[in-house]
Write a protein that binds this ligand. Structure first.
Ligand SMILES: Nc1ncnc2c1ncn2[C@@H]1O[C@H](COP(=O)(O)OP(=O)(O)OP(=O)(O)O)[C@@H](O)[C@H]1O
Length: 621
């Protein structure tokens, strides 16, 4: 948790609870039903022991007792003893059945509220994560967002659940205490003599088990990450014969996992032991003291409303039932804190300012060929370190331009500004003189088809991968785009052609094949500006040449922006921008630059000495 989240935690407790409840505000009829069902369960629990108590006190005796509850039960029963016994059995049975039904309905409503409420939280969070800009996502590990979505999203329901559960526990505890006090004050205090131990053991074991479970979960997550990394590194470890080292790391991780689980299991097993010991102690106290009270009130010096065997049975039953409410009360603070922290982590992301978003009055800009201009653009990833300085360039519709320069000079950063993955710190990027910050994001991005240096391949069919940006494309259109990108031949060689399913990240394709699919994907899109970041880096000379020919055929129909440090790819561009240390230092055609730009000429000479150029053919537009 970073500093901002800590500040949020310190300042804003009330809002977290309000916001957690707001996710369930439409569910209030279900919550009301849930509370009613909990009431039924609690009521059944309180009355469960009464049929036996009444049987002993009022039926299987020559001296029937006449408390108000006895009277109420007996009024429901026939006058004869066998009828009364059968009646009490039936009442006991009914109580059990009602209890089970209420419990079942209660559980299902609980699951329903939990799953749907958590789904709403997740939907909000997922949509927000989609809206947040790249700077946010690149500033933290991917696992962080995944954890917030999968685990922290349960926080709001956890808060509601704990609040309801604790309120019910408090009511149960109070009613139980009142009933016990009404029967016998002394025995009630005797029964409650074990309450501090119950509270203590619940608090202690609750904390310990929670802590151990968290540790164990973290160790298991580390183990999973470790196995995943080891599998990714497999080719490396086999090449460098580091299998024993990897195995040792794996064995250590498994060892930590086993130790963590054993520590958790130890606490889990100690807990019922402590609980049973305390309950046995409580039962012994009630049996001993209560037994003596019954003997005193019934045999030694009988009194009309003295202690009875039936009341003793009820005390014994309530002692067992005391555990649950006291558990809720004892664990309230630790549990609510856990869920509150989880909910805060969710709300923190939901409150994250969206740096890249539509202005309230953002204008519509239907995609069509437009002039693209950088007006004195400066930009840095952090406040203190600019990577682009006063970049000034205009690209006419249908023009094909190249940005070249050594690695790290800011070429890719410039492309990211076009799609508003980031905004410039000074100057503006414009489409037809409109600042792109004033345009609706979806309209702006519809102008561009972007091929990244390492484009993502999805674990789905080749056809779906190509059609990702244009899902309605026909087979013929997909085929045509693949042909333009030089991908048709290798796709046909795949076991199921266009229906071949790619593995995760396109691992069953070569780098060049993945790049051609990415290019086909961009070509299939109808965007008027085609932006390609190092599109030929993984292509062999024939395929590089094929792509350049394709781009030349597209010229005039689409604007093409090519970023590369392979000058062979840009020699036939209408204009080439040479970049150095975040600035455009020269611009012009290949021939002009060879004559006028020392930087370009030197890059060209280096490239000439490194590799033979692919066969050059001048093509018509
Ligand atoms: N997400 C980022 N956060 C911080 N700095 C970054 C980020 N991406 C790039 N940079 C830095 O910005 C500078 C320009 O990087 P950029 O990727 O734009 O260069 P490039 O010219 O495209 O390089 P290459 O040809 O190697 O792809 C580099 O110094 C790089 O370290």
């Amino acid at each position: 948790m970073n500093g901002n989240e800590d500040r949020l935690r310190a300042s804003d407790k009330r809002t977290v609870y309000e916001r957690a409840f707001s996710y369930f505000s439409h569910d209030w009829p279900w919550i009301a039903l849930l509370v009613a069902l909990i009431g039924v369960s609690v009521g059944v629990g309180l009355f469960e022991a009464w049929p036996l108590a009444i049987l002993v006190d009022s039926i299987l005796t020559h001296d029937p007792k006449e408390g108000w509850l006895h009277g109420y039960f007996l009024a429901l029963l026939p006058a004869d003893k066998p009828g009364q016994i059968i009646g009490l059995v039936l009442i006991g049975l009914c109580l059990q059945i009602v209890g089970y039904c209420a419990w079942l309905a209660r559980m299902m409503i609980n699951y329903y509220l939990n799953y749907w409420g958590t789904t709403r939280v997740r939907a909000d969070l997922f949509a927000k994560l989609q809206r947040l800009d790249l700077a946010y996502h690149q500033s933290r590990p991917q696992g962080d967002s995944i954890y917030r979505l999968t685990t922290d999203a349960f926080g709001p329901w956890g808060i509601v659940d704990i609040m309801i559960g604790t309120a019910v526990a408090a009511v149960t505890f109070t009613v139980m205490t009142a009933i016990m006090l009404s029967r016998n004050v002394g025995l009630t205090f005797a029964a409650y003599s074990v309450a501090p131990f119950i509270l203590w053991s619940n608090w202690r074991f609750g904390m310990r088990i929670h802590q151990r479970a968290l540790e164990s979960k973290q160790i298991d997550a580390d183990l999973t990450a470790h196995i995943q990394q080891a599998m990714t590194r497999l080719p490396l470890s086999q090449t460098f014969r580091r299998e024993p080292f990897e195995f040792q790391r794996f064995a250590q991780a498994v060892g930590r996992s086993v130790t963590g689980l054993l520590r958790l299991n130890w606490q889990e097993q100690l807990y019922p032991l402590a609980r049973d010991t305390i309950l046995s102690l409580g039962s012994a106290i009630i049996l001993g003291y209560g037994g003596w009270l019954v003997y005193r009130d019934q045999f030694l010096s009988p009194v009309a409303d003295g202690m009875t065997v039936g009341a003793l049975i009820i005390f014994m039953d309530y002692l067992r039932k005391l555990w649950d409410p006291l558990k809720w009360l004892a664990e309230f603070f630790s549990k609510i804190r856990t869920f509150e922290a989880a909910a805060r982590r969710v709300f923190f992301v939901l409150d994250e300012p969206e740096a890249i978003r539509d202005k309230p009055n953002a204008r519509a800009l239907p995609p069509r060929p437009r002039r693209l201009a950088f007006d004195d653009v400066s930009f840095g990833y952090g406040p203190d370190r600019n990577v682009l300085f006063d970049v000034d360039a205009a690209i006419a519709p249908g023009e094909m331009v190249g940005f070249v320069g050594p690695s790290g000079t800011g070429k890719s950063s410039l492309l990211k500004l076009m799609l508003r993955f980031h905004d410039p710190s000074a100057g503006a990027v414009r489409l037809d003189s409109v600042d792109i910050r004033d345009v609706r994001l979806k309209d702006l991005r519809a102008h561009f088809a972007f091929v990244r240096q390492e484009d993502l391949m999805l674990p789905t069919s080749v056809a779906e991968n190509i059609a990702y940006g244009h899902p309605a494309a026909t087979k013929e259109e997909i085929d045509a785009a693949a042909a333009l990108a030089g991908a048709s031949d290798f796709i046909r060689d795949q076991p199921k052609g266009y229906d071949t399913i790619l593995s995760e990240g396109g691992a069953n394709l070569s780098g060049g094949q993945r790049q051609r699919l990415a290019i086909a994907r961009a070509l299939l899109s109808e965007a008027p500006i085609l932006v390609l970041d190092e599109p030929t880096s993984a292509l062999d000379p024939p395929n590089e040449q094929l792509l350049i020919e394709t781009l030349h055929r597209l010229k005039r129909r689409r604007t093409i922006v090519l970023v590369t440090h392979r000058l062979h790819s840009v020699v036939e561009c209408d204009r080439i921008f040479v970049m150095e240390a975040g600035r455009i230092v020269a611009r012009g055609t290949h021939e002009t630059l060879l004559r006028q730009s020392k930087a370009y000429a030197s890059l060209w000479r280096v490239e000439q000495s490194e590799e033979p150029p692919p066969p050059r053919q001048r093509r018509s537009a």
